[in-house]
Design a protein around this ligand. Structure first.
Ligand code: HEM
Length: 476
C-alpha cells in the first residue's frame, strides 16, 4: 500500500515536471512564432551603415519606410536594429513599455560625459534625479522665471556682437556660444570668471573630441578630450567644495544637485554631480544652437512670416519703450506667432531625428519580434514629415500649429521617461533671442542657401554664414 502511494506521488511529481517543461516550451515556441520585421540586414558586419551614411540619412529612413512600412529591420554600426516610424510604435517603446527598453550609448561617449549622467540610466536613480532636474528647470517664479533678465542680457550682448563691424558670422558657432552661456547660467547662476574661463576652455576640447574616433593614442582629438574631461572633473570638484564650505544655498541647478536626497536619504557623490552637469551642458548646447540656426534660416527664407513676427515683437518692443524696460514673463508667454514659428522650425528641422533604445528581453510588437539586445530606433523625423499627420510637410507653415497636432505625432523633445527636461528653458531662450534679433536687426545669408550638414545634429550648410545689420528705424 505504502509503495503504491509513493509510486503515485512520484508519478504526480514527474507529470507536473513534464507539464511545466511542456508549457515553458510552448511559451518559448509561441514567442518565436513572431517573425522579425521586414527589411534588409545588408552586408555581414557593416550591414547597411554605408547606405545610411553615404546619402542623407533621412532619405535612407524615408525610402525604407516606403518599401517596408512603419516597422522594419536593418543593421547599422555593427548592431541589428528595428526602426519604428509610427506614433503608436514610438509610444509603445518610449512610454507604455519603456521598462522593456533601456537607453544605449557607445561606451566611448559614456566615458566622455561621465557614466552617472541622467540619460544613461533607467529605474530609481534615473527617476529621482530626473524629477530634480525637471523641477530645477521648470517655468516657475523661483527657477526659470528669475533667469529672464540674465538670459536677456546674454541675448543683447550676443546679437550686438554679431552686427558689429559688418562681418560674416557662422550662425551655428555663435548660437553654440549663446546656448552654452544660457546652460551655464541655469547650472551655476553667477560664477566666478576664472572658473568660467577654465570650464569653458576644457569643455570646448571635450566637445571637439566627443565625435572623433575613440582611441587613447596621445595627440588625437579623442585623447585630448579625455584629458580635458578629467580636468573638468577637477575644476567642478573645486567649485563644489567652495559651495559646501560657504554653506549658502544657491538656487540654481548645482545648488539643487548638492541638496539632493533620494527616498533613502542618500545624497549624490561629487562624480555623480559632475557627470550630470557635463551631461546637461551636452544635452543643452548643440540641440538649442541647431534649432536657433534653423529658425533664422526659415525666417530669412520666408519674408512674409518674418514681417508678421517682426510686427508681433515690435508691439512688445514699443510697450517696453524700445528695450529700455526688460521683457516680462507675461510678455514672453504671449508671443503666439513667434511660438508657432518655433514649433514649426522644430518640426521641419527635427533636430533629434531619432533616438536609440535596446530591448532588454525579447519583445513582441504587432506580431513582430524585437529580439533581446537589438537596438530600437523611434524615427521622430519620419513622423514629423508624414503627410498623414502634417499636410504638405516640406512646406514651412507655422499656421498649422494654430490647432494642436494629432496626439503623439509631434515629439521634438521626445516622449516618456526620457523626454527632455530642458524643453522649457530651450523655448525660453529661443523666444528671448528672436525678440531681440527681429526688433533690432536684419540678416542676409551669404553664399549657397541650400544643403544640410550633420554634426551630428542637422544644421544648414556651413553653419549658415550670415551678415547682420542693425536696423535704422529702431525706437531709441
Ligand atoms: C531645442 C532644444 C532641445 C531639443 C530639441 C531637445 C531634445 C531632446 C530629446 C528629443 C530628448 C530625449 C532623447 C531620448 O529620448 O533619447 C532630450 C533629452 C534630454 N534633454 Fe533635451 N533638448 C533640447 C534642449 C535641452 C536643454 C536646454 C536641456 C537642459 C538645460 C536639455 C536637457 C536634456 C536632458 C538632461 C535629457 C535626458 C533626459 C533623460 O534621459 O531623462 N535639453 N532632449
Amino acid at each position: 500500500m505504502e509503495i503504491a502511494s509513493s509510486l503515485i506521488y512520484l508519478l504526480l511529481c514527474l507529470s507536473t515536471l513534464l507539464l511545466y517543461h511542456f508549457i515553458k516550451k510552448q511559451k518559448r515556441n509561441s514567442k518565436h512564432k513572431a517573425k522579425l520585421p521586414p527589411g534588409s540586414m545588408g552586408w555581414p558586419y557593416i550591414g547597411e551603415t554605408l547606405q545610411m551614411y553615404s546619402k542623407d540619412p533621412n532619405i535612407f529612413f524615408a525610402s525604407k519606410q516606403k518599401r517596408y512600412g512603419e516597422i522594419f529591420k536593418t543593421h547599422i554600426l555593427g548592431c541589428p536594429c528595428v526602426m519604428l516610424a509610427s506614433p503608436k510604435a514610438t509610444k509603445f517603446v518610449l512610454v507604455t513599455h519603456a521598462h522593456l527598453f533601456k537607453p544605449t550609448y557607445p561606451k566611448s561617449k559614456e566615458q566622455m560625459i561621465g557614466p552617472s549622467a541622467l540619460f544613461f540610466h533607467q529605474g530609481d536613480y534615473h527617476n529621482s534625479l530626473r524629477k530634480l532636474i525637471q523641477s530645477s528647470l521648470s517655468p516657475n517664479p523661483t527657477t526659470m522665471q528669475k533667469l529672464v533678465p540674465d538670459i536677456e542680457a546674454l541675448a543683447i550682448s550676443a546679437s550686438e556682437s554679431w552686427a558689429a563691424g559688418g562681418k560674416v558670422i557662422n550662425t551655428y558657432h555663435e548660437m553654440k556660444k549663446f546656448s552654452f552661456d544660457v546652460g551655464f547660467l541655469a547650472i551655476f547662476g553667477q560664477l566666478d570668471d576664472t572658473y568660467r574661463e577654465r570650464l569653458k576652455e576644457n569643455y570646448c576640447i571635450v566637445d571637439k573630441g566627443y565625435n572623433s574616433f575613440p582611441t587613447k593614442i596621445p595627440g588625437t582629438a579623442y585623447h585630448k578630450a579625455l584629458l580635458a574631461r578629467k580636468r573638468l572633473g577637477q575644476i567642478l570638484s573645486q567649485i563644489i567644495c567652495e559651495r559646501k564650505e560657504k554653506k549658502t544655498l544657491q538656487k540654481d541647478l548645482l545648488g539643487d544637485l548638492l541638496n539632493f536626497q533620494d527616498e533613502k536619504g542618500q545624497t549624490l557623490t561629487e562624480d555623480q554631480i559632475s557627470d550630470n552637469i557635463i551631461g546637461i551642458l551636452f544635452a543643452a548646447q548643440d540641440t538649442t544652437a541647431s534649432a536657433l540656426t534653423w529658425i533664422l534660416k526659415y525666417l530669412h527664407d520666408n519674408p512674409k512670416i518674418l514681417e508678421a513676427v517682426k510686427a508681433e515683437q515690435k508691439a512688445i518692443y514699443e510697450a517696453n519703450d524700445g528695450c529700455k524696460k526688460p521683457l516680462t514673463w507675461a510678455q514672453i508667454r504671449n508671443m503666439p506667432l513667434t511660438y508657432r514659428v518655433l514649433l514649426e522650425s522644430l518640426r521641419m528641422a527635427s533636430i533629434i531625428s531619432f533616438t536609440f533604445r535596446e530591448a532588454v528581453v525579447d519583445v513582441e510588437y504587432k506580431g513582430y519580434l524585437i529580439p533581446k539586445g537589438w537596438k530600437v530606433m523611434p524615427l521622430f523625423r519620419n513622423i514629423h514629415h508624414n503627410p498623414e499627420f502634417f499636410s504638405d510637410p516640406q512646406n514651412f507653415d507655422p499656421s498649422r500649429f494654430e490647432v494642436g497636432p494629432k496626439p503623439k505625432t509631434f515629439m521634438p523633445f521626445g516622449k516618456g521617461v526620457h523626454a527632455c527636461p530642458g524643453n522649457e528653458l530651450a523655448k525660453l531662450e529661443m523666444l528671448i533671442l528672436v525678440h531681440h534679433l527681429v526688433t533690432k536687426f536684419r540678416w542676409e545669408v551669404e553664399g549657397s542657401q541650400s544643403g544640410i550638414q550633420y554634426g551630428p545634429f542637422p544644421v544648414p550648410q556651413h553653419g549658415l554664414p550670415v551678415r547682420f545689420w542693425e536696423e535704422s528705424n529702431n525706437l531709441k
